[in-house]
Design a protein around this ligand. Sequence first.
Ligand SMILES: *Cc1c(COP(=O)(O)O)cnc(C)c1O
Length: 439
Amino acid sequence: MQTKRFFLPENELPTQWYNIQADMVNKPLPMLNPATKEPVKAEDLYPLFAKELAQQELNRTDRWIDIPEEVREMYKFYRSTPLVRAYGLEKALGTPAHIYFKNESVSPVGSHKLNSAIAQAYYCKKEGVKNVTTETGAGQWGTALSYAANVFGLEAAVYQVKISYEQKPYRRSIMQVFGAQVTPSPSMSTRAGKDILTANPTYQGSLGTAISEAVELAQMTPDCKYTLGSVMSHVTLHQTVIGLEAEKQMEMAGEYPDMVIACFGGGSNFGGISFPFMRHNILEGRKTRFIAAEPASCPKLTKGKFEYDFGDESGYTPLMPMFTLGHKFAPANIHAGGLRYHGAGIIVSQLLKDGMMEAVDINQLDSFKAGCLFAKAEGIIPAPESCHAIAATIKEALECKESGESKVILFNLSGHGLMDMTAYDNYLAGNLTNFSYNE
Ligand SMILES: *Cc1c(COP(=O)(O)O)cnc(C)c1O
């Protein structure tokens, strides 16, 4: 029997994050101040983000950035995460492809989000911040931040998109157990929330609105910073621990991926697993393919436009050069809540424009079908978000079956779906539909 799971010993864990901005041939266009149209400087971000995070956001020169000792100590609570050879899935598909997945679902909170939550809470604490705010859609980021804030002795205020607050009460409970204050968004506690509720009292909320509320609270509260679970370049930087570990673990398995696949919301788990491998494409001319799997109902990479747009609905954020469906875009209420965001991070947007990566869109029904097949074959219930990566992986593995090629596929299992069983129930009962994107 060959090895199924590969782990790194503690002394082999990454001590630095990989900053792909240093190696990119075409750097991302600058973020712009919406009032002056001047490029944003780190100082401009200090009112919102901890200083070191603002500096990481704009750092285009340092290829490696040290992971602070305190953050590495916390990573040891659950890292390395296993690299798993998906023998069960390969057998179920009858494919000659070798399929591996990096299992980020084993983090204490069940997803990759904790990798950045720990780092962000640490830098806030170090700077003397007392409170952190954020938004959460599906609840994964809010959960991760609530735990990380508690570890570093910070108060956390989380705006949870109203529909998810109502549909996922246990997510809210988990955040509350970790000590966070959770408010359904839109709320009457901010100007942004009030304006939206006045115009549309029954609005069920969106990530864009929740971001506006969390940003506003951070700006109005002393010793308070805003944190974000995706999209921003510093978030993706922290997630590169996934790919850096996977690189060593693939070496233990004696293979190198022909394809790296991840689901795509704002790009942090995709960038996290991809960028360390992509550096070999950039620096040594390797030909690995990188495939981002997004929902057909929110297809910013495959159907969006590359242009300057706001990151939030109310237009509080800098203008960002990205693939976007427009900051007013209201995605269908699919169950993969973590993928319902209108834009893509600026690094990934530039890489897609430059042909360094590909994107595919996946229907809701195909995603759950893939998730159920994976669950039966490997015994893990994947998050509805992760199901998109699995569907893209299965498609590639079946193409290998057709052509008889035994390619090596690596995908990221960004989280487990044990908190999303309502979604699976609906799928099994035949109550789910596909939503297509309509311009
Ligand atoms: C948030 C989330 C995503 C999407 O966010 P990215 O920044 O694109 O990675 C994917 N999977 C899970 C489990 C999530 O919680």
